[in-house]
Ligand binder design. Structure first.
Ligand code: HEM
Length: 305
């Protein structure tokens, strides 16, 4: 065994044109690893910088950071399916279910956010972060691009009529979330949307170039017939679609209602959208895997929540 490791090490460093003994000596002097250096806890715990002295702003910042970390885990998982040369039902199910579990966490934990902060404090500190909005989460958009084809992210009002072979630029302008940042009468974009695009549009274009043909939905459709008909796989895909596009969306909507609908009066959101209508799944109708739902289920999407 010992010899074997030595041989493997020798082979590895030979290939790199490096001297094994020097590396072994380096190992002799290097410090043993510990938890805090490995996890970078000091860095992580220094990333919470409130803009006010209101204690609940810390809850707000940290909960968003937890979400962004989970978004990263989800993207990491999708990427493995997207880049796998061949995907069988077991791998697909394992990955989709793991992604769903992350989203289950995001959904159930939203109650922490919903009942977690003092409404009065929230309505004070949120004014200091206007016009920033969770709407500007690039990872959330990437999860959508990586999950389905662009056509399923087009604003429901244009989905039927838009040319499926349209340019990316044209499709981009008709993505469902443009509605949150655009005055449709004048076409003028809000500042929140404008700077979001300035920062991320090029990155989104690069990202979608790959995911247009490697997203979960396209990958699923390319599976052999018997795999595509695997009931466990279909259940896993439906679970993911429902968790992201109904359960998470509703948990988010209920939270917005809790903080922004005070005494029956709707407050303006930091990102300035007409959020009551925009955020509800029955209007948004974002569905990643439409063929996996019956006509009736599609028609009733988001109406029974
Ligand atoms: C007190 C908690 C929250 C409230 C009141 C809230 C409210 C809102 C509102 C009103 C919008 C619509 C856009 C706008 O006009 O700003 C929005 C969008 C968004 N928020 Fe939140 N949000 C909260 C927490 C979160 C958290 C924890 C996340 C996780 C990162 C998040 C992610 C998003 C995303 C991704 C969008 C865009 C959704 C879409 O386009 O359908 N939000 N939020």
């Amino acid at each position: 065994m010992e010899n074997n490791i030595n041989d493997h090490l020798q082979e590895k460093y030979n290939k790199l044109g490096q001297d094994l003994d020097t590396h072994l000596e380096g190992l002799l002097h290097s410090k043993p690893i510990n938890y805090w250096d490995y996890i970078h806890t000091d860095t992580l715990l220094n990333l919470q910088i409130p803009r006010t002295d209101l204690p609940d702003e810390m809850v707000f910042i940290m909960y968003h950071q937890v979400n962004e970390l989970l978004f990263k885990m989800i993207l990491h998982e999708i990427e493995q399916v997207a880049k796998a040369e061949s995907v069988d039902a077991t791998m697909f199910i394992t990955k989709v279910m793991r992604i769903s579990r992350y989203f289950d966490m995001l959904t159930s934990s939203f109650t922490i956010m919903k009942d977690g902060m003092d409404i009065e404090q929230y309505n004070k500190f949120r004014k200091t972060l206007t016009p920033a909005s969770g709407f500007q989460s690039a990872q959330y958009r990437k999860i959508e691009f990586a999950s389905t084809e662009l056509i399923n992210l087009i604003d429901n009002r244009f989905r039927e009529t838009i040319d499926r072979n349209t340019t990316y630029e044209h499709a981009f302008e008709h993505l469902y979330w443009q509605a949150a940042g655009k005055d449709y009468r004048t076409g003028k974009k809000s500042y929140t949307l404008t700077i979001f695009e300035e920062k991320y549009k090029d990155e989104f274009i690069r990202f979608t170039e790959f995911y247009n043909t490697h997203n979960l939905w396209t990958k699923f459709k390319a599976l052999p017939k018997d795999v595509k008909e695997n009931k466990d796989l279909i259940d896993a895909m439906r679970h993911y679609d429902y968790t992201v596009n109904i359960k998470w969306v509703m948990a988010h909507y209920n939270t917005a209602n809790h903080y922004l609908n005070i005494g029956g009066k709707t407050a303006e959101a930091t990102g300035g959208s007409e959020w009551v209508k925009y955020m509800h799944p029955k209007y948004q109708r974002r569905i990643f895997f439409p063929d996996l739902w019956t006509e009736k289920e599609l028609q009733e999407w988001g109406t029974d929540v």
